[in-house]
Design a protein around this ligand. Structure first.
Ligand code: TYM
Length: 332
């Protein structure tokens, strides 16, 4: 069977280490062996209030960060979601077959509304259907994401199955989530029970891909740990959320498992470990930041590139949407 990998990131603020380790870093690896499509999902971003000037700039920033991290825009399809109107069209068609009960199970919606009741818009509620449309529009077979998106990919699988059964077709493959073994859930540097996120008020809770070296050192040095030494076995870290998070970040950055990190540092306190961790992060991120600044300094070329890339996505999207209309009996 043909394989196609699809994923996307919302253009809201700078990308952080969670986005990088959960998604971007594995995309860069995957693109060497697989056909991939990567989107900047701006229609998802507007499910919560955004400053329009900032949002437009963030779309450029995220496209530039994809490139700076190593995504090859010539080899893969990289595009801005709102430029392809079929995402909204398919989203509507899928929302007309999806039972409300399935939507009511989505934990991310409940979390966001709990944090801020003003978030409870229809768009935020139906967001997972837009995500299903993103994935199915390209008849994707795999979705490389961090752990927090797993439930949305599972919903997409159910919706694809429902569509195929209802309209007696095999139009949509049933997509698999692809979740990295380490780095799938990077936690806040200030609170190991909370996910590292763009929306946390404290900038010290995350490492942004655009942070300079000094700031990265400062954030790691101030990252919360505890007073016990680094243990020798990973099971001893299970209830020490902040130290476990730092060990996981270290492992994900250098590409090994957590136990290997413990073998190196067990019995020590965190000061040496933190110094080395900051160096490893800087080693990985500084070249991305430098490349990013270079790409952003030539906006005209960037706009040209984005417009060309959008075109490639449009062809596939139009084809699938015609098939969907055919299946559902809409006028074609
Ligand atoms: P978004 O923009 O919140 O996050 C983008 C990617 O980064 C991952 N991620 C993390 N991974 C590990 N630790 C963290 N702390 C962390 N925070 C974020 C996310 O899992 C994601 O892979 N709904 C999606 C975007 C989307 C999408 C899609 C993804 C829209 N359509 C279709 C895949 C396929 C989202 O809001 O991701």
């Amino acid at each position: 069977m043909r394989e196609l990998y699809f994923s996307g990131i919302q253009p809201t603020g700078s990308l952080h280490l969670g986005n990088y380790l959960g998604a971007l870093k594995q995309w860069v690896k995957l693109q060497r062996e697989k056909d991939c499509i990567f989107s900047i999902v701006d229609l998802h971003a507007i499910t919560i209030p955004q400053d329009p000037v900032e949002l437009r700039e963030d779309i450029f920033r995220v496209f530039a960060l994809y490139m700076a991290a190593g995504i090859d825009v010539n080899r893969n399809i990289v595009f801005v979601q709102s430029q392809i109107k079929e995402h909204v069209e398919l989203s509507w068609c899928l929302s007309c077959i999806t039972p409300m009960g399935w939507m009511n199970r989505m934990t991310q919606f409940k979390d966001k509304v709990q944090k801020n009741a003003d978030n409870a818009t229809l768009g935020l509620y139906s967001y997972p259907i837009l995500m299903a449309a993103d994935i199915l529009l390209y008849r994707s077979t795999h979705v490389p994401v961090g752990n927090d998106q797993k439930q949305h990919v599972e919903l997409t699988r159910d919706v694809a199955q429902l569509f195929n059964n209802r309209f007696k077709t095999d139009l949509f493959p049933i997509p698999e989530p692809v979740i990295p073994e380490v780095g799938a859930r990077v936690m806040s540097l200030r609170d190991g029970t909370k996910k590292m996120s763009k929306s946390n008020d404290s900038d010290m809770s995350r490492i942004n891909l655009t942070d300079d070296d000094d700031l990265i050192r400062k954030k790691i040095q101030k990252a919360k740990t505890d007073s016990d030494p680094i243990p020798s076995h990973i099971t001893e870290l299970q209830n020490r959320t902040e130290p476990l998070n730092l060990v996981s970040i270290f492992a994900a950055i250098i590409g090994c498992d957590e136990q290997e990190i413990l073998n190196r540092y067990s019995g020590q306190n965190f000061s040496n470990f933190k110094k080395d961790l900051a160096d490893a992060i800087i080693n990985e991120i500084a070249p991305i930041r430098n490349k990013y600044e270079e790409i952003m300094s030539d906006k005209i070329s960037l706009v040209k590139l984005i417009n060309q890339s959008n075109e490639k996505a449009r062809n596939i999207a139009e084809f699938t949407m015609q098939m969907v209309k055919q299946c559902m009996g809409l006028y074609i």
